[in-house]
Design a protein around this ligand. Structure first.
Ligand SMILES: Cc1ncc(COP(=O)(O)O)c(C=O)c1O
Length: 399
């Protein structure tokens, strides 16, 4: 391939072609767009990464639709390890990585592999809403370790975790969302160290969902949990490239271990519970993790500017709307309590402003009066979203 092509393959275009998005048949941009701008799903609009799309074209041309080869998986695991090492300073052993269909499947299969039916699982609400189904779908009891909101944003209450672990002997798993969806909070090294210490003391396994790690902005740093002293023996890391490269439909994720005994225990559950990655997902993730650095640097830089732009326009034009600058993710967790948005704040926002957002109450404790809004889009689209918010909410405050 010519050098100029290579450069073009790494260039990010700050542009969303709505017609093309709608025609693509993706869940986010369906036929209601752009009447309602879709900002409800945690998927950004800047994909696809061109080198990935080119590789998928090749595979389609070759008719590569059979089961993936073992070497395809090995290459993806090596690509992930290389990416994680370059981006976050952790090089997991490719031999201790298991492919799954999705991160959610990775989480559920860990619960199956590492807990008894009587176990309790700690969640950190307000939390990525599917995790609130763990109780109903696995029979395990869930226990909330809620994030608290202070003047300067969301906080983890370490004393409360200490109390929970000391008083509830059934707790066998702590499910971390690191970085946290929906608040965008990034755990500090001190907090992570304390969590590992407590987990070790109480024989608790930590499932660390690090799917948003690549979007961690200046001022914060993503530290993979598994890199902390003592963490290898109590950590499973679940992640994928689907947020970074907007490839949720390709169904591929990875579950990584830093301790061979935990890996062996995980592999003992029935194979079908682990799920499996799709052939095209392997190919796409491999190319992204091998070649995506420059493209992702531009993407993170763009979303860093977006979060500041959003915060500054909201502070100027909608001071009643409470919003804390996220340290990570391309998600804004909007506090609409000043407007009285009712039980379905996302639905209310859609009617009021024409922006489709996710209802906060789905996220559990701390979700009342909130809506989650994606700012992972073009600058033009983000301004259109903010314009609509301002037009729909200005003057809408309840007295
Ligand atoms: C924290 C978190 N985990 C998991 C997922 C879903 O990943 P998957 O589709 O691979 O299950 C998301 C998607 O929004 C997420 O935000």
């Amino acid at each position: 391939m010519a050098h100029a092509d290579n450069l073009d393959m790494a260039l990010l275009h700050d542009h969303v072609d709505i017609d093309q998005k709608v025609a693509s048949g993706n869940y986010k941009w369906d036929l209601r767009s752009p009447e309602f701008i879709p900002a409800f799903v945690a998927e950004h609009d800047l994909g696809p990464f061109p080198a990935m799309q080119a590789r998928l074209h090749e595979v389609v041309e070759l008719g590569g639709f059979g089961y993936p080869s073992t070497s395809a998986f090995t290459r993806m695991a090596e690509a992930f390890s290389g990416w994680s090492s370059r981006r976050h300073g952790w090089a997991p052993d490719p031999a201790l990585i298991v492919p799954n269909t999705s991160v959610v499947q990775g989480v559920w299969s860990c619960i199956e592999a590492f807990t008894e039916p009587s176990a309790a699982v700690v969640l950190t609400p307000p939390i990525y809403f599917p995790f609130n189904n763990i109780g109903a779908t696995t029979g395990r009891r869930t226990v909330d370790w809620p994030l608290l909101r202070g003047e300067d944003g969301w906080h983890y209450d370490m004393n409360f975790l200490t109390h929970l672990l000391a008083t509830d002997p059934d707790i066998q798993i702590l499910l971390l969302c690191h970085p946290h969806n929906p608040t965008g909070r990034v755990l500090t090294v001190d907090e992570l160290t304390e969590i590992v210490k407590l987990a070790t003391e109480h024989d608790v396994l930590i499932i660390s969902d690090e799917i948003h790690a690549d979007f961690t902005y200046p001022g914060a740093r993503h530290v993979p949990l598994a890199t902390l002293p003592g963490a290898a023996d109590c950590t499973v890391t679940v992640t994928s490239g689907i947020k970074t490269f907007a490839i949720g439909g390709l169904r591929t994720s990875v579950t990584s271990f830093a301790n061979p005994a935990l890996f062996d225990q995980y592999r003992r559950i029935p194979e079908n519970l682990l799920g499996s990655s799709s052939r095209l997902g392997f190919e796409a993730a491999t190319i992204g993790w091998e070649q995506g650095d420059h493209w992702v640097d531009q993407l993170v830089d763009l979303f860093d500017r977006h979060r500041h732009h959003l915060a500054s326009r909201l502070a100027d034009q909608l001071p009643e709307l409470n919003f804390h600058l996220p340290q990570s993710t391309f998600l804004a967790w909007l506090d609409l309590s000043a407007y009285g948005p009712g039980d379905r704040p996302g639905r209310w926002l859609r009617g009021q402003c024409g922006i489709d957002c996710k209802d906060g109450p789905l996220f559990g404790q701390g979700g009342t009066d909130h809506a989650r809004m994606t700012f992972g889009t073009s600058t033009v689209m983000l301004d259109e979203i903010i314009d609509r918010l301002v037009a729909g909410l200005d003057g809408g405050k309840v007295s």
